[in-house]
Write a protein that binds this ligand. Structure first.
Ligand code: KG4
Ligand code: ZN
Length: 349
């Protein structure tokens, strides 16, 4: 079985080819960062239009790099949600059309399931069950993962996601989009402890997060009379430390509460060096194993969509002919591969 996967949920157009026996044969990606930068964030309509331009050439490139032709492809996986609806529809339409033309099954993939399964691409994949800390631009949650498709929500954010907190505070500091990596870079020049921002929800039991208060704290700091712009790096350091401390503390609490000793960290914020260093140190102290996707598979990519799609196609799952895209799609509504095998729509006569 060889799967072609398409990801287009936000501002990355990506295509990958994954072979069941030989592993990942190709993954290619076009980032729209330059397109959206002047607007300070993703413009959904521009994102969708650019996916239309990029995806077909990326499919060709991925097949070439994989040393494959369309005849080698036995299934197609595509991100059906959650995400920007126009952007999702471009990938979903292309994926469904290719599957119809090539006469192979297609399966829709939940974007967050892709993130959660990305560490399975690494040499030493995490065992099940494990605790997953999923930290992306749109979501921040802790889940008990018993297996593929078995996600029990342990806690999530009440307001902003961790990535959103990075992005919004970066904007307040005048940093360009995308703010997360820019803020992380500036933070390396800041002095630790110069700003002590709140670590919300740490003093309370439970596994929920809340990051929206950070925006207010940072806004007050930078708008304070006499704020010296030279201290922006100190503020960045303080913001990053507050986010990292909170994520580490809650992840450890989730491991305690579930009595598990394996932690998976996934999603764009998983690329953050300070988070990786802090979690590695805390885990070593506790005898806990942390599994990460490699940095390029933390942020959006199609390789992770291929992993989730392959697991589902191999179990006989396939989606109907309808082009499915969902802006909202709860992770906990998923079931294990093959558990709800749908009969494909009948082909038109
Ligand atoms: O998973 P992802 O690529 O897209 C979503 O599904 O949301 O995550 C993107 C988020 C953005 O908020 C971005 O600023 C953040 O991940 N991010 C980072 C870093 N790299 C990406 N945040 C902090 N440090 C980084 N190095
Ligand atoms: Zn993502």
């Amino acid at each position: 079985m060889r799967v072609l996967a398409i990801e287009s949920s936000c501002d990355e157009s990506a295509v990958a080819v994954l072979d069941r026996g030989r592993g990942l044969l190709a993954h290619v990606l076009f980032s729209q960062v330059d397109l959206h930068r002047i607007y300070g964030g993703v413009v959904p309509e521009l994102a969708a239009r650019d996916h239309v331009r990029r995806l077909v050439p990326l499919v060709r490139e991925a097949l070439d790099r994989a040393g494959s032709t369309r005849r080698d492809i036995t299934g197609i996986a595509y991100t059906a949600g959650p995400g920007l609806i126009g952007a999702l529809l471009t990938g979903a339409s292309l994926a469904r059309s290719l599957a119809y033309a090539w006469d192979v099954p297609a399966v829709n993939v939940h974007h967050l399931e892709g993130h959660l399964l990305a560490p399975l691409l690494e040499e030493d994949p995490p065992p099940f069950p494990h605790v997953a800390l999923l930290v992306s631009g749109g979501h921040t949650l802790l889940a008990l993962v018993r297996g593929v498709g078995e996600y029990q929500l342990l806690g999530e954010t009440r307001d902003d996601a961790a990535g959103e907190a990075f992005d919004k505070t970066a904007k307040l500091l005048g940093l360009p989009y995308p703010g997360g990596p820019e803020l992380a870079r500036l933070a390396t020049e800041g002095r630790a402890g110069a700003y002590d921002f709140p670590r919300p929800m740490l003093d309370r039991p439970g596994l929920e997060f809340s990051f929206s208060g950070l925006k207010t704290a940072v806004s007050l700091a930078v708008k304070a009379p006499g704020f010296d712009p030279a201290r922006r790096a100190d503020v960045a350091q303080g913001v990053q430390a507050a986010i990292v401390d909170t994520l580490v503390a809650k992840a450890l609490r989730a491991l305690d509460e579930t009595a598990l000793d394996t932690l998976v960290v996934a999603g764009g914020v998983g690329a953050n060096r300070a988070l990786r260093t802090a979690l590695a140190a805390a885990a070593a102290q506790r005898g806990v194993r942390v599994h990460w996707p490699r940095i390029e598979f933390c942020t959006d990519n199609a390789a992770m969509i291929a992993v989730a799609g392959l697991a589902r196609l191999a179990a006989g799952e396939q989606s109907g002919l309808a082009i499915e895209a969902r802006a909202q799609w709860p992770l906990t509504s998923l079931v294990p591969p093959g558990a709800a095998v749908q009969a494909p729509d009948p082909l038109p006569a």
